[in-house]
Ligand binder design. Structure first.
Ligand code: AMP
Ligand code: GLY
Length: 440
């Protein structure tokens, strides 16, 4: 059947989704609906609608007008707003869970309780709160080692960690008081120590096909310094593991994703059809769950969709038709390094309106994806967030990093990136940290 596929969203993640779909055979017709016009996605699409991606009726109206047969939803906000529900109701198949299933990301308390109820390993201690009652006790037990999380989607601003944002018990109480004053329920959980990794799975509700493990870099500056960002860059290894992980860690993450998909089907009475993204920490006590996301990671998906060998449109069709069990999903046995080029001042006070100049030619093994970029008078203009993602792929992480860095360094203007992502010293530091955590 000839597909017309709607992509919802307009970042580099959605550019990578569009590029992977466009490589499929036969190539589907692509259309995009989003709040901004990404020129990379536009160049691959036959129609581009601008509007609110969290307004289900707007997305559905565009999809029906374009005779869309399947939709792929990139970001979390439309999932939490019920855009998948509205598309399914209009008889359009969707890669991306319905509102109820997307609670695995949109409610931190729901995710923790699901693991607890179905006896799935990976939870640290946690407790849900709607007031300050009982906080004293938890803070006494987990003094200097707790994390406080707004229970709803807070765009990355809802999590505060002891020793990081919370430097005293007064800071912890102050944040909780603020949450209560705004009527936000919250979760307090034990702070666990280790190295973080992302393990995403394609999921049709029953069958999961796991993707290689990836490590993101959330801090803005070299050496994991500075404010938290959406993610400055990521790497994967050619064996699809990560240098600091053991076979058992990967197996544990696979098992948690599999059991969470089964628990979600039971709890919500419907199959989870989309990408299930576990954010994990490898610790002394094994793999712990940090959070779930109901979508592709950004930048994680840029590495993985670049390495994906299997036809992506076919995988999406198998997800929505519940036929993933018939599918072998393979990724190129290569390492990859992705770095984001971001405007000076990002993330707190980013410059806007600077011209982005891409290198005239890219070396073999390098792919670029546009993110917060507009076109004015024929020039690419940065609009004030992560701007351009550069992905290098090669036989080793070191070679992939060198390729990526060579291209990133050619980009002029008031932009910066993290030169350390995927370098030998940066990976050594993570290996040492993992060893120190294990022997503590
Ligand atoms: P989240 O929004 O849940 O991903 O949290 C943001 C960041 O806070 C994570 O990437 C972790 O670095 C950190 N974090 C969240 N939960 C925990 C935890 N239980 N223990 C240690 N760090 C955590
Ligand atoms: N890379 C972090 C995220 O996509 O949430």
């Amino acid at each position: 059947m000839s597909e017309t596929i709607l992509i919802v969203g307009s970042g580099a993640r959605e550019h990578a989704i569009a590029a992977a779909l466009a490589r499929s055979s036969p190539p589907p017709k692509l259309v995009c609906f989003s709040g901004a016009r990404n020129p990379g996605i536009a160049s691959l699409s036959s129609a581009y609608g601008l509007g609110s991606i969290t307004a289900p009726a707007e997305v559905v109206a565009f999809a029906l007008a374009q005779h869309v047969t399947m939709a792929v939803i990139g970001p979390e906000a439309p999932l939490a707003a019920g855009v998948a529900d509205a598309l399914w109701a209009a008889k359009i198949s969707v890669v991306g869970p319905t509102q109820s299933l997307a609670r695995i990301e949109s409610s931190k308390g729901f995710a923790r309780e699901l693991l607890a109820k179905y006896k799935i390993p990976g939870n640290p201690f946690f407790q849900r709160f709607a007031s300050l009652d009982g906080l004293d006790e938890v803070f006494a037990r987990y003094a200097n080692r707790h994390v406080i999380k707004d229970d709803g989607l807070a765009g990355g601003k809802g999590v505060k960690v002891c020793g990081d944002h919370l430097l005293s018990i007064d800071d912890s109480f102050a944040f909780c008081r603020e949450l209560v004053a705004h009527g936000h329920p919250f979760v307090v959980e034990e702070k666990v120590e280790g190295e973080e990794f992302s393990l995403m799975s394609f999921c049709d509700g029953k069958t999961l096909r796991h993707m290689p493990a990836v490590q993101d870099h959330k801090r803005a500056y070299v050496g994991d310094k500075g404010p938290n960002t959406g993610g400055m860059g990521t790497y994967t290894d050619a064996d699809h593991k990560l240098p600091f992980l053991q076979e058992v860690d990967i197996a544990a993450a696979h098992e948690i994703n599999q059991r969470v998909a089964e628990a979600l089907a039971e709890e919500c009475g419907a199959p989870y059809q989309g990408i299930l993204y576990g954010g994990f920490m490898a610790t002394k006590e094994g793999v712990k769950l940090i959070e779930y996301n109901a979508r592709f990671g950004d930048p994680e998906s840029l590495n993985l969709l670049t390495l994906l060998e299997t036809d992506f449109a076919g995988i999406c069709r198998a997800i929505v038709d519940t036929t993933l069990a018939d599918y072998v999903v393979s990724f190129s046995p290569k390492a990859s390094v992705c770095k984001y080029v971001v405007p000076e001042g990002y993330p707190d006070n980013p410059r806007k309106g600077d011209r982005l100049q891409l290198p005239a030619e890219l070396p073999d093994g390098v792919t670029t994806y546009l993110s917060a970029v507009d076109v004015k008078d024929g020039e690419l203009i940065a609009t004030g967030s992560r701007t351009l993602a550069v992905v290098g792929t090669a036989a080793t992480i070191a070679d992939a990093e060198a390729l990526c860095e060579r291209v990133v360094c050619q980009i002029p203007g008031p932009f910066f990136h993290r030169a350390d992502i995927g370098t030998g010293p940066s990976i050594d530091r993570r290996m040492k940290h993992m060893k120190a955590v294990q022997s503590a």
